[in-house]
Design a protein. Structure first.
Length: 100
């Protein structure tokens, strides 16, 4: 079975008063997920806006990735394809042992 789709992710950054806020928006054509992240500059540190952007954006994308993983888990569970709880990570149950 062949399948192709294009999903778009946009990352939007706003910096105000030493705090950078980021939104990572995933558009699948069927759903929209929004991840959020923020970074604050320590008042004693030199302000480097690029670092705040990187931290806030990475946190927003991490939030988005978690939401997407939870959505996949929910879809897998609906098909009866999820290992029993408790789950501590993502992937197949023996993934951690494969690299040893």
């Amino acid at each position: 079975m062949s399948h192709a789709e294009e999903w778009r992710v946009g990352v939007y950054l706003i910096e105000e008063d030493g705090t950078t806020k980021a939104r990572a928006v995933l558009e699948t054509g069927k759903d929209t997920l929004v991840g959020r992240g923020r970074a604050r500059c320590n008042p004693q540190d030199v302000e480097v806006p690029a670092i705040g952007d990187e931290l806030a954006a990475s946190r927003a994308m991490r939030d988005l990735a978690g939401q997407l993983s939870r959505a996949a888990d929910k879809d897998l569970a609906a098909l009866g394809a999820v290992p029993p709880a408790p789950r501590t990570g993502y992937g197949w149950p023996d993934d951690s042992a494969a690299g040893r």
